[in-house]
Design a protein around this ligand. Sequence first.
Ligand code: GRF
Length: 234
Amino acid sequence: MCDAPVTSAANTNTSAQTPLRVAVLVSGSGSNLQVLINAMQQKALPIEIIGVISNREDAYAITRANDAGIEVAVLSHVESGKRMGIKTFEKHATAQLETWQPDLVVLAGFMRVLSADFIDNAPAPMINLHPSLLPAYKGLDTHTRVLRAGEREHGCSIHVVTAELDAGQVLSQAVLPIRHTDTPDGLQKRVQVLEHQLLPWTILQIATGGLSLTPSEQKSSILPALPLRLLIDA
Ligand code: GRF
């Protein structure tokens, strides 16, 4: 499958006065959400987090959003003994996003695979944070697989979400050298330090027009080729 065309007002929002309306989808701790909340509150990022959708009722991210006074939709309920199916989740999530009217949807530790139909019809472009240097190590357990393969570097990527898993245009990456003492858990913590810098930095680029989500604009000869790479000491 090829990348779906991305049409959005996200990268036309060049005015620092008009915050980019951001919706965040989460499944877990929400440490990346917290970084965005802090940046928004400190006015370090020209964004307004207009809502958070969680597919798990036990996600600590919900507490973080509640504490910040951000609207939360928890779409996790169990019907007839079965967890909400992805189609039902997507139906409710679409309705919620249409109400919120975001400029950008950020998947920050969101752990369900979304359908092509949902992605193609979303009311705003979606970006995802993935813990590997894409296109290497798509999918789960990236830290363990990277160590087993004897890689020398690792990191995280932010890419445009398309119907194919972890395969949309990679916008930005943060890179670290692997140490011979690294364990999967330790490496995950080191990569999270990178995530907490890469995600707000990338959203800042999108919000201020330095990074385009539109394929034709990404090929502009005056801009560096994607992905933009940050080398971070973590
Ligand atoms: C992140 O480490 C991300 O790489 C992975 O899920 C984790 C989410 O962390 N996909 P948090 O919920 O933002 O703390």
